[in-house]
Design a protein around this ligand. Structure first.
Ligand code: ZN
Length: 188
């Protein structure tokens, strides 16, 4: 248990006027501290160790992993944003990574105070560097609770970000990636 975090959370809740004893919340600072420790366990973690052994696929086509769920925290308000990450990559010489590695990558990068735009780019860069992919396209489709919790104006709004590296920047391959990801033209 991180005593410093527990005592800081206790101070914080008291500072905003919550009487922990009267509200029967004596154990809340401890719970929040351990919850945040989990939510931010990707802080300071590299991603290079995630990939393990790469495999040589007989095919040399583009690989797509769609709709990996994620939960992250916006770095401005420490409020959740969450949704799905979709990845298309062009393997270098047919070298591919196991599908579960991408889920682990998304979890590690989302478990930090984040901006959706930066998270998208960090995922693309980690795949480019980690498995030497010739090109990567990452699309993140999310709901930002710090938008939707502050009034009905942005209710149900979604934020979609993308990042593209290497050969997937060429028009033909980008188009193929978008088609494999099942995105309609107007969502580009
Ligand atoms: Zn925010």
């Amino acid at each position: 248990m991180n005593e410093k975090a527990v005592s800081a959370m206790k101070d914080f809740l008291e500072a905003i006027g919550i009487d922990l004893a009267a509200s029967r919340m004596e154990n809340t600072p401890e719970r929040v501290a351990s919850m945040y420790e989990y939510l931010f366990n990707g802080v300071g973690m590299d991603t290079g160790d995630l990939w393990g052994e790469l495999f040589h696929a007989e095919a040399d086509g583009m690989v797509v992993i769609k709709d990996i769920p994620f939960y992250s925290m916006c770095e401005h308000h420490l409020v959740p944003f969450f949704g799905k990450v979709s990845i298309a990559y062009q393997p270098h010489d047919g070298m591919v990574a196991g599908f579960s590695k991408f889920t682990k990558l998304v979890e590690r990068i989302s478990h930090r105070p984040q901006l959706q735009e930066r998270m998208t780019l960090q995922i693309a860069d980690a795949i480019t560097e980690g498995i030497g992919a010739d090109g990567v396209l990452v699309i993140v489709d999310a709901q930002q609770l710090c938008m939707t919790m502050r009034g009905a104006v942005a209710h149900d709004s979604r934020t979609i970000t993308s990042a593209c590296t290497g050969c997937l920047n060429s028009d033909g391959m980008k188009k193929q990636a978008w088609i494999m990801l099942g995105m309609r033209d107007e969502e580009k």
